[in-house]
Design a binder for this molecule. Structure first.
Ligand code: SAM
Length: 327
């Protein structure tokens, strides 16, 4: 049995009987007017964060959700789209698909605006999506890709890239590790399937997203997810974190991809302002969001203060300021 089939079996079990400690983290419910999440769904929250970023979704978008679980995030996305088939949810485990469909029926009873047909549940694999190229505006996955080995992770990310329209956004919530995970745990297929031992480091994960073709990556959150503790695993404690990010399908060379992690650059030179060669204005004393690459460059200068990453980046006015040569 391959490690992918081990995961398949685990999620078949998790569709029949709720696994309380699987993946999920303590988090407040996303309260939205007139949205009631059935308990059957919230108790099957097998995500390690969220991919539903309120305020960034519009009703005319088509959304692909890979790895449906109990259907909670697909329902949350459907809250915004409210059209038949506007949310396409792909899963490889038939039992999980059936469970999600049953949960949508319950959600229909509790939410007068919702119809099950708003979510088109499709059987398929993240590694070979049954979706034509360039046909969705948004793609999302929560706590699935980390179970893939590195070569498969890249395939899964490239599949998301393929199906997104140009300019489309990929929303990810997945575990990462703060220290190397011993091979013995990485090779434990059940632990990997439980989202406990397949995690990459922050840098390695972001690099994979870039390698898949995404030209802009915005880091939205990093927060504790699990401790692989010495009592249970006979290793030095390893902290796993949840990484939430948004990757945008903009074309550029891999080495020119921009990663925004919440760093800002503040001009503190003699002039009132300084402008770089792509027109980005840095007014003296005013923080401007910059990518990791620009932050690194501006840290070399004594007329800029560059603040450390917050890993909580919520947008910028101009995404294309690719270098600074002001003054
Ligand atoms: C950890 S659960 C996450 C569920 C959901 N995203 C959530 O946040 O609650 C992983 C999901 O991916 C599905 N899955 C597992 N392997 C898959 C694959 N290769 N392709 C697509 N879906 C898969 C499982 O059936 C399950 O629904």
């Amino acid at each position: 049995m391959s490690y992918l089939e081990t995961a398949h079996e685990l999620y078949k079990e998790a569709s029949q009987e709720v696994q309380e400690n699987l993946c999920c983290v303590e988090k407040p419910a996303q309260l939205l007017p007139e949205l009631t999440i059935p308990r059957e769904m919230s108790s099957m929250d097998y995500g390690c964060g969220t991919t539903v970023h309120l305020g960034e979704l519009s009703s005319n978008e088509t959304i692909l959700y890979v790895g449906i679980g109990g259907g909670m995030e697909a329902l949350q996305f459907a809250y915004f789209t409210r059209r038949p088939g506007a949310v396409i949810a792909v899963d490889r485990v038939v039992e999980m698909m059936e469970k999600a469909k049953a949960n949508f029926k319950i959600a229909e009873q509790m939410n007068p605006w919702f119809k099950s047909e708003f979510v088109n549940v499709v059987r398929g694999d993240a590694l070979d999506l049954p979706i034509p190229s360039e046909c969705v505006d948004v793609a999302a996955q929560n706590c699935l890709f980390n179970i893939f080995k590195e070569e498969d992770l890249l395939i899964a990310l490239k599949e998301m890239y393929r199906v997104l329209k140009p300019g489309g956004r990929l929303y990810i919530s997945d575990p990462i590790t703060t220290q190397p995970i011993p091979e013995s745990l990485r090779n434990d297929e059940r632990l990997r399937a439980m989202c406990l031992s397949g995690a990459l480091s922050f840098d390695a994960y972001v690099q994979k997203v870039i390698e898949a073709g995404f030209g802009e990556v915005q880091i939205r959150a990093r927060r504790p997810y699990r401790l692989l503790d010495k009592e249970t695993y006979s290793i030095d404690d390893i902290l796993l974190e949840t990484l939430e990010l948004v990757a945008v399908k903009v074309l550029c060379k891999e080495e020119e991809a921009e990663v925004f992690a919440g760093e800002t650059a503040i001009y503190n030179g003699k002039e009132i302002a300084c402008i770089d060669n792509v027109g980005q204005v840095y007014k003296r004393g005013i923080p401007v969001s910059v990518s990791q690459r620009i932050a690194k460059r501006l840290r070399q200068r004594d007329d800029f203060v560059v603040t450390p990453p917050t890993y909580h980046y919520i947008g910028h006015k101009s995404a294309n300021s690719s270098c600074c040569c002001c003054g």
